[in-house]
Design a binder for this molecule. Structure first.
Ligand code: ZN
Ligand code: ZN
Length: 111
């Protein structure tokens, strides 16, 4: 090894980190968010539900309302649900308490 730079690289993606905050965390903002989200307990959810949850967040179809309650929009955009990290008033949420809205709420609260 004859590297002359003291470059700190991201623990997630190995890209060089520049900002002091990123260096302190050891991760860039994207990888930091991902690391915190992967610490969320999503074992109750299928990978498809987790994917749908991430999509919901990317589409901004989940909006914080108050406290830990979120308003979520159904896939067709026609229905609104109230979602909490432990419960949701959509059909799947009422039945099994395991809808992707709940997964999204947990991810958002961790981020
Ligand atoms: Zn990274
Ligand atoms: Zn739901």
């Amino acid at each position: 090894m004859n590297t002359t730079t003291e470059q700190v690289t991201c623990l997630g993606c190995r890209r060089p980190l520049r900002s002091a905050a990123s260096i302190a965390r050891g991760r860039g903002p994207v990888c930091d968010r991902r690391a915190r989200q992967s610490a969320v307990d999503l074992r109750d959810f299928t990978p498809a539900q987790v994917d749908a949850a991430r999509e919901l967040i990317e589409d901004a179809a989940i909006v914080p309302l108050r406290g830990r309650v979120f308003r979520t929009v159904s896939t067709d955009g026609r229905e609104l649900h109230l979602t909490h990290p432990a419960t949701c008033n959509c059909a799947a949420g009422l039945k099994a308490r395991r809808c992707y809205h709940i997964a999204a709420a947990r991810l958002l609260l961790a981020a």
